[in-house]
Design a protein. Structure first.
Ligand code: ZN
Length: 231
């Protein structure tokens, strides 16, 4: 049963406490670590640089301090990728780090994923799909029943793209975070273009760009924002 009214599902997110959201994220991470991801092989020095970059973005984000956390993982099976888990953990694969031409591009990806956390898109995705459970949460105010449905969340995060409205919101947050840290949203547009081009004629099924199709309108919106931000 699919809940036909996204607006109602989205509103229900207010009833889901952070503790439940964090548990969903932990479950998803355990799943990914067991079945999908490997340990990162990035040098410690490089990780330290990227952690500093992430901290810069997190400092201007809307989440309470300490909630946003960056995790490095190998992702031989899923290529250049990044995703946000409910609760604030953000995973980036080594391949994505290596594919980026500069740290501004990585900042664009991380900003986008921080946007998904801030807007609580993981839980909204689950609520939109959870049908009756979502309705039960709405009526009873008890979000713990959602945890039973949360087992499907990792697969949803890997295989389904977020709805277009979620992607636009995450792009907008990335744009704001890039600007707030003195960077240009053009970097994210450039990365999207390269990832999309690298996908021709066929995308690795689970890559970031397969779950983040970047139609011309999204790339154009980022470029427009970059032009507006330019002095
Ligand atoms: Zn996204």
């Amino acid at each position: 049963v699919r809940w036909g009214v996204p607006a109602a599902a989205d509103a229900t997110v207010a009833l889901v406490p952070h503790s439940i959201e964090a548990q969903m994220g932990d479950h998803a991470l355990a799943f990914f670590d067991e079945f999908v991801l490997e340990e990162s092989t990035l040098p410690a020095e490089r990780r330290k640089q990227l952690e500093a970059l992430f901290a810069e973005l997190a400092a201007v984000a809307d989440e309470p301090p300490g909630r946003l956390r960056l995790l490095f993982r190998g992702g031989a099976r899923i290529g250049p990728n990044a995703f946000a888990l409910p609760g604030g953990q953000i995973i980036i694969t080594d391949t994505m780090v290596l594919l980026a031409r500069d740290d501004d591009e990585i900042a664009g990806v991380l900003g986008h994923e921080i946007g998904h956390v801030e807007e609580r898109h993981g839980v909204k995705l689950l609520l939109r799909a959870a049908g009756l459970t979502g309705a039960v949460v709405l009526i009873t105010g008890d979000a713990s029943s959602l945890l039973e449905d949360a087992s499907m969340l990792p697969l949803m995060l890997l295989h389904f793209s977020y709805a277009r409205d979620f992607e636009r919101e995450a792009d907008a947050r990335s744009t704001a975070l890039l600007r707030a840290t003195g960077r240009s949203p053009a970097a994210l547009a450039a990365l999207f273009e390269r990832l999309t081009a690298a996908c021709e004629p066929r995308c690795v099924y689970d890559s970031w760009v397969s779950t983040h199709p970047a139609p011309a309108e999204r790339i154009e919106a980022l470029r427009r924002a970059a032009a507006e931000a330019a002095p």
